[in-house]
Design a protein around this ligand. Structure first.
Ligand code: HGY
Ligand code: MN
Ligand code: MN
Length: 412
């Protein structure tokens, strides 16, 4: 293959801009929550691009979309993937960069007139973000045969528990017939923004991702007693809001206690009745704990659980909890990791190996085929925020590393 083959950054950016015109927010950023009309619109656009590139489209039971360049070989495809759904008030690059860069690599190879000895697939996974339906990475979880679609279909929409995931897949016309877990791959690559501060701070072009930290999401339903804010003596209160506040500050202290890379986030606290002069009766609270080491993550979760039990008892609060996500840390394939470092070196880009703090579809794919990820710098380390930004120059470097690594894997 022509060693000087490079991606076309203006073509890549045109596609990325078209994706981000869908769900564009008035003040900047995007909102394409999973299985909403915006998600349908971006999926329809992807189908159009798959068709223009003459790719074979497959849609599975979870709505995962795969476009494959069928070549002479009958072997499993090399895959490039990510996700087109976003968090609410999301950025222009998280997920969408990976899908659009995959299309760009494929089109570059097609336009160069090469015929890869292996098929090449581009995959858009359903509901990577997990903000409308939990768990996150849901589509790739099922694609890898790790999750049962019949169970995942029952997931309820965050905004309306009368809507199931299956309802919403049907509503947008992406409830496919392909059975999940029966689509073998040769390998999987994912280009993604780092979503953290490391590459920018160290002035490094390319992050070579070795592992993804484990993620534990837990939902707590705290049940106290509504009462008058003025007449109820402090000794007689069963204040769910107070317990929620104690849990929130405890999570911060817990990360210091565990140390290292441990992170913890209380992302949701919904009060009921949420009124200025009523002692809070109920609180729905979520805790997101992550660590690259499984034993430390389990220790953090167990310590949290004991604390919740203790502080709920002190305030005479009842509580229920559900384990929304329990994903272990994942290591990527050593040869794939090496191939990214080699590709960056041969293109003259600086690189470093690193873990991923964020969850990704790649952590599911690692269970079925050799997998790795390529990171590019995030300005100010910001993500899941409308100000998320990566420069065209960094995008071009990341996509060229993807092109070279995939080309090598295809055997061109
Ligand atoms: O939660 C995550 O890390 C990913 O953005 N779904
Ligand atoms: Mn992502
Ligand atoms: Mn994300």
């Amino acid at each position: 293959m022509n060693e000087n083959l490079r991606i076309d950054i203006s073509r890549l950016k045109r596609r990325l801009d078209m994706v981000n015109a869908i769900g564009a927010l008035p003040g900047g950023g995007v909102e394409r929550l999973s299985l909403t009309n915006e998600d349908k619109e971006v999926r329809d656009l992807l189908c159009k691009w798959f068709d223009e590139l003459d790719l074979e489209l497959r849609i599975d039971q979870m709505g995962n979309m795969t476009g494959t360049w069928i070549t002479d070989s009958k072997g499993p495809p090399v895959a490039i993937g990510s996700h087109l759904d976003t968090v609410g008030s999301g950025g222009y690059f998280d997920g969408s960069l990976g899908v659009v860069a995959g299309l760009e690599v494929l089109e570059t190879l097609k336009k160069a007139g090469v015929m890869p000895p292996k098929p090449l697939s581009i995959i858009n996974f359903t509901n990577e973000e997990g903000v409308r339906f939990t768990p996150d990475m849901m589509g790739s979880f099922a694609f890898a045969g790790l999750g049962d679609p019949n169970e995942l279909w029952k997931a309820k929409a965050e905004e309306n528990h009368d809507l199931s995931l299956k309802n919403e897949l049907e509503n947008i016309g992406y409830l496919g017939s392909d059975i999940c877990g029966q689509y073998p791959l040769d390998s999987y690559f994912e280009l993604h923004i780092e979503q953290g501060p490391v590459l920018e701070r160290e002035g490094i072009d390319i992050g070579v991702v070795e592992k993804v930290q484990g993620i534990f999401w837990t939902e707590y339903l705290l049940k106290g007693n509504a009462n008058h804010a003025g007449t109820t003596p402090m000794s007689m209160r069963r204040d769910a809001g107070y317990v929620a506040a104690r849990i929130n500050t405890f999570v911060r202290d817990l990360t210091k206690q565990i140390g290292g890379v441990q992170v913890g986030t209380v992302g949701i606290t919904n009060f009921f009745p949420n009124l200025i002069n009523v002692v809070p009766q109920d609180v729905r609270l979520t805790v997101d704990l992550r660590n690259t080491e499984k034993n430390k993550l389990v220790e953090a979760q167990e310590t949290l659980q004991s604390f919740v039990t203790k502080v709920a008892h002190e305030e005479s609060i009842n509580f229920e909890f559900s384990e929304l996500v329990r994903f272990d840390p994942v290591d990527f394939d050593k040869n794939m990791i090496y191939s990214i470092t080699m590709a960056a070196n041969s293109l003259g880009y600086s690189s470093r190996t690193m873990p991923s703090g964020a969850g990704h579809d790649a952590q599911m794919m690692a269970s079925i085929c050799p997998t790795t990820m390529i990171f590019i710098p995030s300005k100010d380390g910001i993500s899941h925020n409308i100000n998320e930004f990566s420069s065209d120059a960094d995008i071009e470097k990341g996509a060229n590393v993807l092109l070279l690594a995939v080309t090598n894997r295809l055997g061109i």
